[in-house]
Design a protein around this ligand. Structure first.
Ligand code: MN
Ligand code: MN
Length: 458
């Protein structure tokens, strides 16, 4: 850059009334969509309102037809039929809805010295010490033996109690201080404090008994029902603006609900695209994209097969393969925002700076790009052109210094079909912490960039 003033996304940013409103919606999305199930529920509700019809209720896939597919209530796909036939290709943005958290174990409840706890097993890459001594909420479902689903949310309403995981007082932390950071708080030490009122129960474990009675009365669940439950411990409280100038958003789960939200906003605006336009919300990205709701499960392929069958009147495997291999996709996930407090782990010339717009990453991975989907420069050039034409501020970045660590996301599971894929998201500070920070300017630029990509005609 030749001028001394660095060009920022803020300089180009004149927010429309719609975009201002989108920020309010984003705060609500983060506050209410604390789990993959909850965030998919919100997205599905919005999609339904915007005339995306459930796949099994769709008769044909004519241009302009809007379709949605739920994947086990935790992931999903929405699409709008383009004017071109699907076998010529499509535009896809794929983000993920799951976020690092603490899951409740299947045999979680115990009492010790008059205190009841739930045992947890952490999900995704967390720094364990960050999860002690802060207010936590419990979200999830318990499926009873007869299939009945009990939904549980405790810790979000003002009148709700919250939970916490205790930490050791500094006065007695001499040995703890000597440990390495990852060992100072252990995985088995992350036990959720649940209660200590024995409520006039009798016997040895009176508090545990009292908790079980409470669970039976309030939710109709018994101790064995934890076996068929998915309960998630997440930070309690709402997302909100941060900074004196309200230029940041602080909220749980912005990796990757910030990209999920932007992708939804992008497709919401589109009426009749040239290319069939698809937005996918995956689950299980944070633990390697396995399970039948993760990106390695073939729901995208099956979805395309369904659409091709509707468009052609019959299933044609070759057409499905052609559609998949001619597709163009943005793998929508967050980047590591440059943090001056930890400058030593970043290559300043190849970092994602907050306030400099949407981020593209040619590759992720670790060490010698291992585990990365290395995007083709031909495709990167196309995305550059689209962003420039739409006046979207953008930057390019790697995760951090070479050999400092690394990570990967879902791009590779799209690349296997032969489609063009590029990683594209925004920089986040305190990524994977209970409260993550994003930039308002970057989010707006991401929404604009995603929309321009989906609406592109070339
Ligand atoms: Mn992510
Ligand atoms: Mn992540």
């Amino acid at each position: 850059m030749s001028s001394k003033k660095v060009k920022l996304a803020w300089d180009e940013l004149v927010m429309s009334e719609k975009e201002r409103q989108a920020m309010t919606e984003y705060l609500a999305f983060l506050s209410e969509g604390k789990t993959e199930r909850k965030s998919w529920q919100l997205l599905e509700r919005w999609a339904q309102k915007a005339d995306f019809v459930a796949l099994d209720g769709v008769k044909g896939f004519k241009p302009g037809q809007k379709v949605r597919l739920a994947v086990r209530g935790k992931a999903g796909i929405i699409a709008i039929s383009g004017t071109r036939p699907l076998n010529e290709g499509f535009r896809l943005i794929a983000a993920h809805l799951d976020a690092p958290r603490l899951d409740i174990k299947q045999r979680p409840l115990y009492e010790e010295e008059g205190l009841a706890f739930l045992k947890t097993h952490y999900y995704g890459g967390i720094k364990k010490y960050q999860w002690t001594a802060l207010p936590l909420a419990l979200h999830g479902v318990v499926i009873l033996r007869d299939g009945h689903k009990v939904e549980i949310v405790v810790g979000e309403a003002d009148e709700d109690p919250v939970f916490t995981i205790t930490d050791l007082l500094p006065h007695l932390a001499k040995d703890q201080y000597d440990k390495k950071l990852p060992e100072a708080i252990t995985g088995e030490g992350l036990n959720l404090l649940l209660g200590h009122d024995p409520c006039n129960e009798d016997g040895e474990e009176r508090v545990k008994l009292a908790i079980l009675h409470f669970l039976k009365d309030k939710y109709g669940i018994e101790e064995d029902d934890f076996v068929s439950a998915e309960l998630e411990v997440v930070p309690a409280g709402r997302a909100r603006y941060a900074g004196l100038d309200r230029s940041f958003i602080v909220g749980y789960g912005q990796d990757d609900r910030v990209c999920s939200f932007a992708a939804w906003k992008a497709i919401e605006e589109i009426e009749q695209p040239e290319w069939t336009t698809i937005v996918l919300f995956a689950d299980k990205e944070e633990i390697g994209s396995d399970s039948n709701t993760g990106m390695k499960a073939r729901y995208l392929e099956n979805f395309i097969a369904e659409l091709i069958s509707m468009q052609n009147g019959t299933y044609d495997g070759l057409m499905v393969r052609r559609a998949l291999s001619r597709g163009k996709a943005l793998s929508a996930d967050v980047a590591a925002g440059y943090d001056p407090n930890y400058a030593e782990v970043m290559d300043k010339r190849n970092s994602a700076f907050l306030g400099r717009g949407v981020v593209i990453s040619k590759y992720t991975g670790s060490r010698g790009k291992s585990g990365s989907s290395d995007a083709n420069p031909e495709f990167i050039a196309e995305v550059r052109r689209i962003f420039d034409e739409a006046k979207v501020s953008w930057q390019t970045a790697e995760l951090g210094k070479v050999d400092q660590g690394g990570g990967g996301t879902i791009a590779q599971y799209m690349a296997i079909y032969g489609m063009e894929v590029l990683d594209c998201g925004v920089g986040i500070l305190s990524m994977h912490a209970p409260w993550e920070i994003s930039s308002v300017a970057d989010l707006i630029m991401m929404m604009r960039g995603y929309r321009a990509f989906l609406a592109d005609k070339d």
